[in-house]
Design a binder for this molecule. Structure first.
Ligand code: G3I
Length: 358
């Protein structure tokens, strides 16, 4: 029988497994979960990627396949094969799984504009959440129930983003989503997930205030919310605005509401860095080390996920194209699944992190 090339991880990946435990081992020693967003269909088709993922991660989040449009491409028609594959992959490799995302204003149902209106939006949203979260009941570590609902630039007094969900259902859509998700999966840690909160700038401070206002209002109404997801899409050039004490003060306020904190989409754009690989890798590694060292001082931080594991599959390749056109180098593994200085930096942070109760 001739095995397909994709059936055998290349020797370098196997060799690395012998060399050094994956980040998942170092995270576990600190009472943390470490994982990444998994791309589809490459998790199924690229054996080297799957082997690297299993070696490095003890939690997986689907990058796209559980978003509203991909999972319900037409009314009442659900596409679960990719997420089912990922759930089985997690089970095979003793890995947790988190869901992303039940309600978002991007990659919505392609049929939204033609089918959804003020009269049926609640019904469609409830059915979506109960069906999708219900399918993975008992198997999800956590769900991003609502994603990116805060946007003070939209000018609302409550700082909420003006999305189709808000326009059709009012601000109460957020509480509704969390209550539906909890009834569908009472064991999942329900998370509010957002970005643009990392730096000491007036705009990001305003957003931190608005996020805290939302989280506080949900807790005051006994809404079943258990965690805050800090996306942490960082950028080497913007990182000059990072102040550890600002991040730690924000995390303390979130934790004071009784919420866990997950770093959910960590990556570091390298657009402004020169092409020299050694110099670029060191600069990116320093950002990972500085940010995670500060973040992990907060005991409520229980999980760190990078938004992708390898430079071979990263959204930044398209979104933050480098002026010279050289491939980006933004994640812990390079395009050949080799560990980079960023990987070493994350390992050092996990080794030094104050242990936390899982
Ligand atoms: O699957 C379709 C394919 O059938 C089609 O041929 C192709 C060309 O149109 O599009 C494919 O869908 C793309 C999808 O990624 C899967 O590759 C969408 O167009 C594209 O918009 C989508 O981009 C994703 C983006 O979210 C929007 O959903 C990125 O991969 C993903 O990394 C990014 O992730 C988001 C988080 O979910 C939320 N936080 C921010 C983060 C970065 O934007």
């Amino acid at each position: 029988m001739v095995l397909q090339a994709a059936a055998w991880p290349c020797l370098s990946v196997l060799a690395q497994t012998r060399q050094e435990p994956g980040l998942r081992e170092y995270a576990a020693k600190a009472g943390l979960l470490y994982g990444a967003a998994a791309a589809w269909p490459v998790l199924r088709d690229d054996a080297d990627y799957a082997a690297a993922f299993a070696r490095e991660c003890n939690i997986l989040v689907p990058e796209n396949v559980l978003k509203m449009g991909p999972v319900q491409p037409s009314p009442g028609v659900f596409r679960f094969e990719p997420a089912d594959f990922m759930a089985d992959f997690c089970r095979q490799h003793n890995m947790r799984m988190r869901g992303h995302t039940l309600v978002w204003h991007t990659q919505m149902w392609p049929w939204f504009k033609t089918e959804v209106n003020a009269g049926n939006a609640k019904k469609y949203l409830e059915e979506h959440i109960l069906t999708v979260a219900g399918r993975y009941r008992g198997r999800m570590h956590s769900w991003d129930v609502v994603n990116e609902a805060v946007h003070p630039r939209d000018g609302r007094e409550d700082g909420l983003r003006v999305t189709p969900w808000l326009e059709l259902l009012g601000p109460g859509y957020i509480e509704l989503a969390f209550r539906m998700a909890h009834s569908a999966d009472p064991d999942a840690r329900l998370t509010y997930n957002d970005y643009g909160l990392d730096y000491d700038t007036p705009e990001q401070e305003a957003k931190r205030r608005a996020v805290l206002r939302l989280l506080r209002s949900l807790k005051e109404r006994d809404v079943p919310i258990h965690a805050f997801g800090m996306q942490a899409h960082l950028d080497w050039a913007a990182f000059r605005n990072f102040k550890a004490d600002i991040l730690q003060a924000f995390f303390r306020e979130v934790a004071s509401l009784g919420l866990e904190i997950y770093i959910t989409e960590l990556d570091v754009a390298d657009r402004e860095l020169p092409d020299d690989i050694a110099e670029r890798d060191e600069a990116i590694a320093r950002v990972y080390e500085t940010y995670l060292t500060a973040a992990l001082q907060e005991p409520a931080v229980k999980a760190v996920l990078t938004w992708g594991l390898t430079d071979k599959y990263t959204w930044l390749a398209g979104r933050q194209r480098r002026p010279s056109g050289t491939p980006v180098r933004v994640l812990p593994l390079d395009r050949d699944f080799q560990r980079k200085p960023a990987w070493q930096a994350i390992r050092r942070v996990f080794l030094a992190a104050p242990p936390r109760k899982a």
